[in-house]
Write a protein that binds this ligand. Structure first.
Ligand SMILES: CC(C)(COP(=O)(O)OP(=O)(O)OC[C@H]1O[C@@H](n2cnc3c(N)ncnc32)[C@H](O)[C@@H]1OP(=O)(O)O)[C@@H](O)C(=O)NCCC(=O)NCCS
Length: 142
């Protein structure tokens, strides 16, 4: 099925729009514009934005750790664009890139109360490995 959303890598010029979008995505803790600028400079391959007919509909930021694992740092879809598979589209492409870059596994931490995100991660094949306070840790071998 073709999607009305297109993905592309983020550039530093997207940082302001990403911050505005992130602020609409509680319980995600939005980072400030300057942080997104650096994430786009340093990790553009894993910082993807989803573009809909009317602009930015979502983004995902992945981070490669120095120990050789891949992490999902943030994923966010604009409230007006939810339940249209944008989150799934972003995660599928992110996992494809991690796999193609030979990361052995992907990991994420999600608040135990964040059912939409937990459900998305489980749908993408991540499984719970433990708890850290109010956070659920999940991972998937790639
Ligand atoms: C989590 C989030 C990214 C999902 O984005 P989305 O584009 O609406 O998700 P999709 O339409 O691709 O849905 C894919 C799967 O996610 C899960 N999901 C999404 N929204 C859900 C909801 N409200 N309740 C339960 N499950 C949900 C489901 O498993 C769904 O698959 P299904 O439709 O077959 O049931 C979005 O709700 C969001 O931005 N939340 C706020 C930010 C956040 O919490 N980010 C994660 C922490 S970093």
């Amino acid at each position: 099925m073709s999607s009305e959303y297109l993905l592309r890598e983020a550039g530093e010029e997207d940082a302001g729009e990403v911050e505005v979008l992130a602020r609409l995505c509680q319980p995600l803790r939005a980072s400030v514009k300057g942080t997104y600028e650096y994430l786009a400079i340093c990790f553009p391959r894993y910082f993807l934005v989803a573009l809909g007919p009317a602009g930015m509909a979502g983004f995902v930021v992945g981070l490669p750790s120095l120990s050789g694992e891949a992490w999902i740092y943030q994923i966010c879809v604009h409230p007006d664009h939810r339940r249209r598979r944008v989150g799934e589209l972003l995660m599928e492409e992110e996992l494809r890139r991690f796999r193609s870059d030979r990361f052995p596994r992907v990991r994420a931490r999600v608040l135990e109360t964040n059912q939409p995100s937990l459900s998305l991660m489980r749908k993408m094949g991540l499984r719970e490995t433990g708890r850290k306070g109010e956070w659920v840790e999940l991972q998937r071998e790639l």
